[in-house]
Design a protein around this ligand. Structure first.
Ligand code: MOS
Length: 734
């Protein structure tokens, strides 16, 4: 099915199941430990071996030699495969850095060997016995230094690095009020709970891989390319994922090493990336330096807005797209954005937790706060004044639906924004208290997504799609979609995900999963409904699926009976027409935060948070709320804690474990509230839904920064906002 015209009324609009607060159908499996994650997969008939990876201890250069004799002779060791012994491998289309094979080292902790032994401990012990001789080369590891040599990158996901409208320089120079500031965000690590892990097993030339992947088909294709085998020979499964956050979008070394180790030993081999290796071995969100310039007239109308961003990556990589939201969020006749890319020899930079908008809004939404203050305007008023209902770079393109103003107004009312005082003016005991706000914005992408739906003679509907559930609720919303379409209760739907034998889906990423994957299930259900109607000789135009029955006119048949002995199948893929070209499809939010800053130490504690989201139809308010709460929590991390410390001499992230890379824990997270505006977007899909997970993160960190400013009068423009950046400028208080 191709979605080419705005959705009309369809069976989803009945909202008997869709839109209802249904608890996770996979919740019990998870809370009872029966959900099998990649490394836990266990078949009592198989005799598993354990692979332990070794990472490079230099960032750039070549391996001259590797001595594996001691490792091979160690107890329990079956095989040692090195990057030299395996020779050059292929490189996946979506991989920037190569994952294994050959003598070239492109980044620190690149995989250079896998030791296979009877036990994990034996493999780990033997890996430490491998001696490596390197020929080290000098590299570039410091973005601030490399910024001077940054170049204009090629288009990223079809978007140009630069945009310009009107005369930015002239308008900025002539503006009655203006600001020009530079902000920085550090390198950040996904820090999902479940590390990258795979089990591989060969039967002749056929490979089975249990893994932890957000995108089954991307992984399967790139694993085939890496190993130089036919994709059809790979059966890949990833039914449960303990968090991805973008770190599992692209094939990683665990799957490659497991496949190679299994080949070398003839055994099923488990490989998990040890946490201390994971951070430098995989990808991260690259650091940014962002310069923002805004000019406005005295009334507060933006006349010029400019956003430039510098980031780095390995040769062949791309930029962090931190300027994207600035192209769309606020009005203003004269505009410019630019991304510049420096070549760095740090580990690969790539997508993490709302790439682009998350770090971009960390800068832009402080800048808007600063500009509002210069203008003497309330920051909400300033945003409302500069709202736009059309793409400000291409005014002939309207937004499909945009209610940023509604989010800001409702949030202000619910959060008690009117109680906000001047900076430094509110004190409770040892705490300075402040309120902050930021706009939330994230584009709504759609991806082709397929599904197969089977109706059995027991009346049960089974959905099969290679869609993944990375903790987001995919199982549940897919069950709701099929239940609504086929007129059955949710417990009459079975959902089977994450298996390459199923139709190729959108996968989980870029907050496109929920809307795209349920749309694919919708399309498959339309086919199944037609098959049912045809079998019963019903006119498919007036047929109704309700309460486990199929009705047409005054005839009614139980769905189970319609299935016939052998059942019926519907399969289709949702494809997308040009509604995303003719209309800008985005999601909107307003983030409100109250912080307390310790007036002696400068320590910030977040006290209250509210997110108001406008993201089309909410398919399940429970799973959607959990997504937003998780995202708000990530926003606290990015604002206050998260930073990969770069060793700019040797080229690696020093704090490569969860002890020293700090993410928020329960005690850091206060009262959180989420409100969804009641809306639908018929341009987005037959579901009339949009993504919401990443929206929940976009803007939060700036709201925290703005709240810290309101509490203390200290404006910090370099994340994370640790106490050392605040303490020196705290107001003198008796
Ligand atoms: Mo998300 S960073 O696109 O998995």
């Amino acid at each position: 099915m191709k979605f080419e015209t705005p959705a009309k009324t369809n069976p989803i609009d009945n909202l008997k199941v869709v839109g209802q607060p249904i608890h996770r159908i996979d919740g019990e499996l998870k809370t009872t430990g029966r959900a099998m994650y990649a490394y836990e997969w266990h078949d009592p008939n198989l005799h598993y071996a354990y692979g332990y990876p070794l990472g490079s201890s230099i960032a750039k250069g070549r391996i001259k030699s590797m001595d594996v004799a001691a490792a091979e002779a160690a107890p329990g060791v079956m095989s040692v495969v090195t990057t030299l012994s395996v020779g050059e491998l292929g490189k996946g289309k979506l991989n920037t850095a190569k994952l294994f094979g050959g003598d070239e080292i492109q980044h620190y902790h690149q995989a250079i060997a896998v030791v296979v032994a009877e036990t994990f401990e034996q493999a780990r012990a033997a890996a430490s016995l491998i001696k490596v001789e390197y020929q080290e080369e000098s590299g570039t590891f410091d973005l601030a230094e490399a910024k001077m040599s940054a170049v204009k990158p090629k288009d990223t996901d079809g978007a140009p690095p630069d945009t310009a409208v009107g005369d930015f320089d002239g308008a900025f120079y002539a503006a009655a009020v203006s600001m020009d500031e530079t902000y920085t965000t550090p390198d950040q690590s996904h820090s999902m709970m479940e590390p990258h892990a795979s089990i591989a097993l060969w039967h002749g030339d056929e490979l089975t891989v249990w893994t932890s992947s957000q995108m089954i088909d991307w992984w399967r294709s790139d694993l085939a390319t890496t190993l130089g085998i036919d994709k059809e020979k790979i059966h890949m499964m990833s039914p449960f994922i303990g968090g991805g956050f973008g770190g599992k979008l692209f094939l990683r070394s665990d799957a490659v090493l497991a496949a190679i180790a299994a080949k070398a030993t003839g055994r099923p081999v488990k490989v998990a990336l040890p946490r201390p290796l994971l951070v430098n071995n995989t990808t991260h969100r690259p650091a940014t330096i962002q310069r923002i310039r805004i000019g406005a007239d005295k009334s507060g109308m933006i006349t010029a807005i400019g956003h430039e961003s510098w980031s780095g990556d390995l040769p062949g990589g791309g930029p962090e797209t931190a300027v994207m939201q600035t192209r769309l969020l606020y009005a203003g006749e004269n505009r410019m954005t630019a991304m510049r890319l420096a070549e760095l020899n740090l580990p690969e930079g790539n997508a993490m937790r709302a790439p682009g908008e998350a770090p971009g809004l960390m800068a832009l939404e402080i800048a808007i706060d600063e500009m509002a203050e210069k203008l003497g305007l309330d920051p909400i008023e300033f945003r409302i004044l500069n709202d736009t209902q059309v793409d400000p770079e291409k005014p002939e393109r309207p937004f499909s639906h945009r209610n940023l103003v509604g989010c800001l107004k409702l949030g202000a009312e619910r959060f008690g924004w009117n109680d906000r005082k001047k900076p430094g003016a509110r004190r409770e005991g040892n705490w300075l208290i402040g309120l902050g706000v930021a706009a939330g914005f994230r584009n709504n992408l759609v991806m082709p997504s397929g599904a197969r739906v089977r109706l059995g003679n027991d009346g049960v509907v089974n959905v099969e799609t290679d869609m993944t559930d990375i903790g987001t609720g995919s199982y549940t919303i897919i069950a709701q979609t099929a239940a609504e379409m086929m007129g059955v209760a949710v417990d009459k739907v079975g959902v089977h995900l994450g298996d390459s034998r199923f139709p190729i889906s959108a996968g989980s990423g870029g907050q496109f999963g929920a809307n795209s994957a349920t749309s694919g299930v919708y399309a498959a259900c339309v086919k199944l409904r037609e098959a049912v109607a045809m079998r019963l000789g019903f006119n498919s135009d007036d047929v109704v699926f309700e309460n486990g029955e199929v009705r047409s006119g005054n005839r009614s048949v139980p769905l189970a009976a319609a299935a016939g002995a052998e059942g019926l199948v519907g399969e289709d893929t949702m494809e997308w027409g040009d509604l995303t070209d003719t209309h800008q499809q985005s999601t909107f939010g307003a983030h409100f935060v109250e912080v307390g800053v310790d007036l002696a130490t400068g320590e910030t504690r977040v006290r209250r948070m509210l997110a108001v989201c406008a993201a089309g139809r909410i398919i399940n308010p429970i799973t959607a709320r959990s997504q937003v709460i998780g995202a708000m929590t990530m926003g606290v991390g990015l604002a206050l804690f998260e930073e990969l410390a770069v060793d700019t001499r040797r080229g690696f992230f020093v704090n490569h474990d969860l002890a020293s890379y700090e993410v928020p824990v329960h005690a850091d997270i206060p009262y959180q509230e989420v409100i969804f505006l009641d809306e639908t977007d018929p341009m987005s899909s037959p579901m009339k839904a949009k993504g919401v997970g990443e929206l929940g993160l976009c803007g939060v960190s700036a709201a925290i920064a703005n709240a810290i400013y309101n509490a203390t009068g200290v404006r910090v423009r370099d994340y994370p906002i640790t106490l050392d950046k605040v303490i020196g400028d705290l107001p003198e208080v008796a």
